[in-house]
Ligand binder design. Structure first.
Ligand SMILES: Nc1ncnc2c1ncn2[C@@H]1O[C@H](COP(=O)(O)OP(=O)(O)OP(=O)(O)O)[C@@H](O)[C@H]1O
Ligand SMILES: [Mg+2]
Length: 425
C-alpha cells in the first residue's frame, strides 16, 4: 500500500485510495471524538522511575492530552516543520539530553504512520509526501533541498522505506481535478500554517489523457510564511507589550532596552518552547531585577517557565478564526501572572499583516508573469489550507480573478487527498 502523507506545519493527514476507489483518510482520536487532522506537535516529559530519569514523548492529540493533564508542564514543541531548513539547528538540548531535529520530527511522523496502519489494516512503508515550494526559513533552492533531505531522514527513521515528494499545491490540484468533468487552466493557492504555495496547471479529464497521467504544471511559487506569521503579528501587538517588549531596564544607571530577540522567539511557535533554556531564564531573571516594569518580565518568565505556548496558540487561534467570520473578535489569555484581554477589529488585524499580504500579492503576480499567463486566462482559482479562510487572503484573488472564479473546499485535507491520488496513479 502506498499512501499520501501531508506533514503540515500545524496539521498532518494521511490518506489512501481504498478498494472501492474512494479516498480514505486516517482518523485519530482526540477528546472523545475522531479527527482527520493530527496536530504536528511533540510533547516531552522527564520521568523519574526507580531513581533513574528518562525522557518520554507523545505526538499529536495524545501529546496535547498529556500536556493538558500535566501539573508540572514538560516541553511542548509546535510547528516543527519550520526548523527543517535551519542549518543552525542540527540538534537541541531538552532536559539535558541532545536530540537531533530529525529524531523529533520522526517521533511525530511515526505516531501518525502507526495510527494509520491500524485503521488501514496493512503495513505502511511507501508514501508520496508533500513538500512546500519554499520551506519556512529557506532562502534558496539549496536550503529547500537541505530541508527535503532532513524530512527524508525523519521519514526513514519513522519507518517509511520508499518516499517520493510532490509539491503541496500540485497535490491539491490532483484533488481539485477529481471534482472536474471538463478541462480547466487553474491556479492553486494553498495557505497553511508555515507556508503559502501557488501552482498554475492545466487539469481535467481530456488534459490528463493527453499527458498519460502526468499533470501539466506550468509553474510554481512559494512564500515561506502563512498562518504562523499572522499569529506572530497578533502576539506582537497584543501580547509582547504586556510582557515587557519595548520597555527599559536600568543597568547601573544606564537605561537600556529589554533585549528584543526574546520577543522574536516568543512570536514564533517553533521557537517559543526553546526560550526555556537555563541561559535564557538566567538572563531574564537578571533583566527582571533591573527592569523598570519588572512585573511584565515576571509575567514573561511565568509564561516561559510553565510552557504556556499551547494555551497562547489556542487563544490566538480563537481570535484569528473569530476575525475570519466577524468584523471584530475578543482576545483573551489568562494564566497565573499573565492576564490579557483585548477587542480586535478585522481592519486592525489586516493592517498588522499588511506586509505578509503584500508578499502574497507579489508571488501571485510573479507566477503569472513567469508562466506568461494573463489573469483572464485562468478559468478557476482553487484556494485551500486553513489560512485561506482569512478574508484578506481571499480578497487578493477575488480582486485579480473575479469572485466567480474562486473555488474553495476541504481546506485541511485536500493536500493529503491529492497525495493519495498521486500515490495511486
Ligand atoms: N478559520 C480560520 N481563519 C484563519 N486562519 C485559520 C482558520 N482555521 C485555521 N486557520 C489557520 O490555518 C493554519 C493551519 O492550516 P493548515 O492545516 O492548512 O496548515 P498546515 O498544512 O499544517 O501547514 P503548511 O501547509 O504550511 O505546512 C493555522 O495557522 C491556523 O491558525
Ligand atoms: Mg498544508
Amino acid at each position: 500500500m502506498k499512501v499520501g502523507f501531508d506533514f503540515g506545519t500545524t496539521n498532518s493527514s494521511i490518506a489512501r485510495i481504498a478498494e472501492n476507489g474512494e479516498v480514505e483518510l486516517a482518523r485519530f482520536s482526540f477528546s472523545g471524538a475522531l479527527t482527520e487532522s493530527f496536530r504536528s506537535l511533540l510533547y516531552l516529559e522527564r520521568l523519574k522511575t526507580a531513581g533513574r530519569s528518562t525522557i518520554k514523548s507523545w505526538a499529536g492529540p495524545e501529546g496535547i492530552e498529556c500536556y493538558l493533564d500535566a501539573d508540572d508542564k514538560g516541553r511542548l514543541i509546535q510547528s516543527l516543520k519550520s526548523f527543517l531548513s535551519s542549518r543552525s539547528l542540527q540538534t537541541t538540548e531538552i532536559f539535558g539530553r541532545r536530540f537531533q531535529l530529525e529524531e523529533l520530527v520522526a517521533n511525530v511522523i511515526r505516531d501518525i504512520r502507526i495510527a494509520a496502519e491500524k485503521q488501514f489494516g496493512a503495513p505502511i512503508r511507501r508514501a508520496v509526501v508533500g513538500r512546500p515550494v519554499r520551506f519556512v526559513g529557506a532562502e534558496n533552492d539549496g536550503d529547500d533541498d537541505f530541508a527535503v533531505s532532513r524530512l527524508k531522514i525523519a521519514l526513514q527513521k519513522a519507518g517509511f522505506e520508499e518516499v517520493e515528494f510532490e509539491f503541496e499545491p500540485v497535490a491539491a490540484a490532483f484533488y481539485y481535478e477529481s471534482t472536474l468533468d471538463h478541462d480547466e487552466q487553474i491556479l492553486i493557492g494553498d495557505f497553511g500554517g508555515g507556508t503559502s504555495d501557488f501552482s498554475v496547471l492545466r487539469v481535467g479529464p481530456a488534459a490528463r489523457k493527453t499527458r498519460h497521467g502526468q499533470r501539466a504544471v506550468l509553474g510554481n511559487e512559494g512564500l515561506p510564511l502563512a498562518g504562523d506569521a499572522f499569529d506572530a503579528k497578533i502576539i506582537r501587538h497584543l501580547v509582547s507589550p504586556a510582557l515587557g517588549a519595548g520597555s527599559m531596564l536600568d543597568s547601573h544607571g544606564k537605561m537600556l532596552p529589554v533585549p528584543n530577540w526574546v520577543y522574536f522567539k516568543l512570536e514564533r511557535w517553533h521557537h517559543l518552547s526553546f526560550l526555556r533554556s537555563r541561559e535564557t531564564l538566567n538572563m531574564l531573571q537578571s533583566v527582571m531585577t533591573q527592569a523598570v516594569e519588572s512585573e511584565k518580565i515576571k509575567a514573561l518568565l511565568y509564561l516561559i517557565n510553565h510552557d504556556l505556548g499551547f494555551y497562547l496558540h489556542r487563544a490566538v487561534q480563537k481570535t484569528k478564526v473569530g476575525l475570519s467570520h466577524n468584523e471584530s473578535a475578543q482576545f483573551l489569555f489568562r494564566d497565573g501572572d499573565v492576564e490579557l484581554e483585548a477587542q480586535v477589529t478585522r481592519a486592525e488585524f489586516e493592517s498588522w499583516i499588511a506586509e505578509e499580504l503584500a508578499g502574497v500579492e507579489q508571488k501571485v503576480d510573479s507566477l503569472l508573469r513567469k508562466t506568461g499567463i494573463h489573469a483572464k486566462e485562468i478559468d478557476r482559482v482553487f484556494l485551500t489550507g486553513g489560512s485561506s479562510f482569512v478574508p484578506a487572503v481571499r480578497r487578493i484573488f477575488e480582486t485579480r480573478f473575479g469572485e466567480e472564479k474562486i473555488r474553495t473546499g476541504d481546506e485541511f485535507t485536500s493536500v493529503a487527498r491529492g497525495l493519495a491520488m498521486r500515490a495511486d496513479s
